[in-house]
Design a binder for this molecule. Structure first.
Ligand code: G3P
Length: 478
């Protein structure tokens, strides 16, 4: 009942001494697809210990050699795109084509990271003392960037490969070691990805991957004294981690309630296309999904009609068939989404389609005339359900956006660039997209949330910088 996978420690694949495994349920069949090791605390201690040792010599490995290995891993990852994509289909129900795209994008990210690392880590600063009052030109200061040590990487289920390498590659190029704790749904895809790094020939112990139950090893990992930095993507757990973690740099990308503000002069076909892409791709299970449409009343009817027509064309079914809408990741997730839909129904939202669910599969649903007293106006469904709030002024839209406890991305549709810029400035989010749906990529762009959407900024360059610290040497002249 489910193929059993080992975890990765000391450059080897191992069974946990716990003798236990964790089941990974296929969201489509709702049957056990795979099993991964339920690692225990002793095994976590071991990977932390070897990660520390391996990091010391890795930091002394020439930068160009580190880059060379990353390029090799990227190529191997791309060669293995088919089996990895198959796992993504089976354990997180990602549509087949998107699953392949995730792996290819990951290979590109690793290569880009190697190149960027060579550029930005290869240079430092030289300062002289006499620019500060009271000093003669007697002190020369040399700066360089040094690694932090052991990076704990915790990616989420929706991009178990891409959001793992977006942490692993910057960490490694900067001379750090990695302990990866993949999400349960997505763990096997992540283990396959780790195998690509194994095949590339990284030193033993530099990369480890422990699987298991959060209740057993979650806090133990995040509070472990051997961890020098945590890079986490996910939900509320990130807030709990940030409260418990020690005095170490944290990079957290948490939830979002990305608003799509639509002005009267917007190209409504463009908006409708972006609402479909932004709201419904991967069945809305993206932190950067469009999660609320705030449309000016005068164009709301026309926009809703256009979106409805496109929703009707979305295919619903199995990820193997490359359906647009596939089962959401777990039954509890489907139940949560249903709870939001029922709350909106009770409070009088207009259903543009009939609500339909079979198992974890929820048909795409647009809810019109949503009001602020409905939960879905504020909470993120992480599913194919999108609320539309009609607004009578731009200020009302900005107010709704800023009243959210989230602040990841947002978007504004208008042909008036001056208005777009003013709205972007007024929106309290990490990024605002003008005339396109929110998205993290291209992966070298800065990516950050404010408020409960996280801390720190990601994107290749920012992640490399965040996973280093500045070291200075001062030459004192007589
Ligand atoms: O949900 C994770 C977040 O990083 C989204 O990425 O590429 O879908 O915008 P993307």
């Amino acid at each position: 009942d489910g193929e059993v996978y080992k975890y990765y420690s000391e450059g080897e694949w191992k069974k946990s001494s716990s003798g236990k495994t964790v089941a990974i349920i296929n969201p489509t069949t709702r049957k056990t697809q795979y099993r991964v090791q339920a690692c225990n605390q002793e095994e976590v201690n071991k990977v932390m210990e070897i990660a520390k040792t391996a990091q010391k010599s890795w930091a002394k490995t020439p930068l160009w050699k580190r880059a060379e290995l990353l390029h090799k891993a990227a190529a191997i990852l791309k060669e293995h795109k088919a089996p990895i994509a198959e796992c993504l289909v089976k354990e997180i129900a990602k549509p087949a084509k998107d699953a392949v795209t995730e792996v290819v994008r990951s290979g590109d990210l690793v290569s880009y990271c190697a190149e960027e690392g060579v550029r930005i880590l290869g240079e430092g600063k030289f300062l002289v003392s006499d620019s500060f009052p009271g000093n003669e030109r007697t002190k020369y200061c040399l700066t360089s960037k040094i690694p932090l040590g052991v990076i704990l990487a915790i990616p989420p289920f929706n991009y178990p490969v891409n959001l793992a390498v977006s942490k692993i590659a910057p960490a490694l190029i900067a001379g750090n070691s990695i302990v990866l704790k993949p999400p349960t749904q997505g763990a096997v895809s992540a283990l396959h990805m780790v195998h690509c790094f194994h095949l590339a020939g990284f030193p033993k112990g530099l990369i480890s991957c422990v699987t298991g139950k959060g209740s057993e090893i979650g806090d133990f990992l995040t509070m472990h004294p051997g961890v020098d930095c945590i890079s986490f993507t996910g939900g509320d757990t990130g807030i709990a981690i940030s409260k418990k973690a020690g005095m170490i740099p944290l990079q957290m990308e948490l939830g979002g309630k990305d608003a799509c503000i639509v002005l009267e002069d917007a190209d409504l076909d463009l908006v409708a296309a972006n609402i479909i892409k932004g709201g419904f791709s991967y069945s809305g299970q993206r932190c950067t999904a469009v999660k609320v449409v705030l449309v000016m009343e005068s164009v709301a009817d026309a926009l809703v009609e256009k979106v409805k027509a496109r929703v009707a064309k979305l295919t619903v079914g199995a990820p193997e068939d490359d359906s647009d809408i596939t089962p959401v990741v777990t039954e509890s997730s489907a139940n949560f989404i249903e709870g939001l839909v029922m709350d909106a129904k009770e409070k009088g939202a207009t259903f543009c389609q009939e609500y339909r669910r079979e198992g974890n599969l929820i048909w795409p649903l647009l809810l019109d005339n949503v009001r602020p007293d409905m939960r879905i106006a504020w909470e993120e469904p992480f599913g194919p359900v999108l609320p539309v709030i009609r607004i009578s002024s731009i200020e009302e839209g900005i107010h709704h956006c800023n009243a959210s406890n989230f602040g990841l991305q947002g978007c504004v549709f208008t042909k008036d660039i001056n208005k777009a810029i003013l709205i972007s400035d007024a929106m309290e989010t990490g990024t605002v997209q003008i005339n396109s749906a929110p998205a993290r990529g291209p992966d070298h762009f800065p990516f950050q949330g404010i408020k409960d959407s996280g801390i720190g900024s990601q994107g290749v360059t920012n992640s490399i910088n965040m996973m280093t610290k500045v070291k200075t040497t001062v030459i004192n002249l007589p």
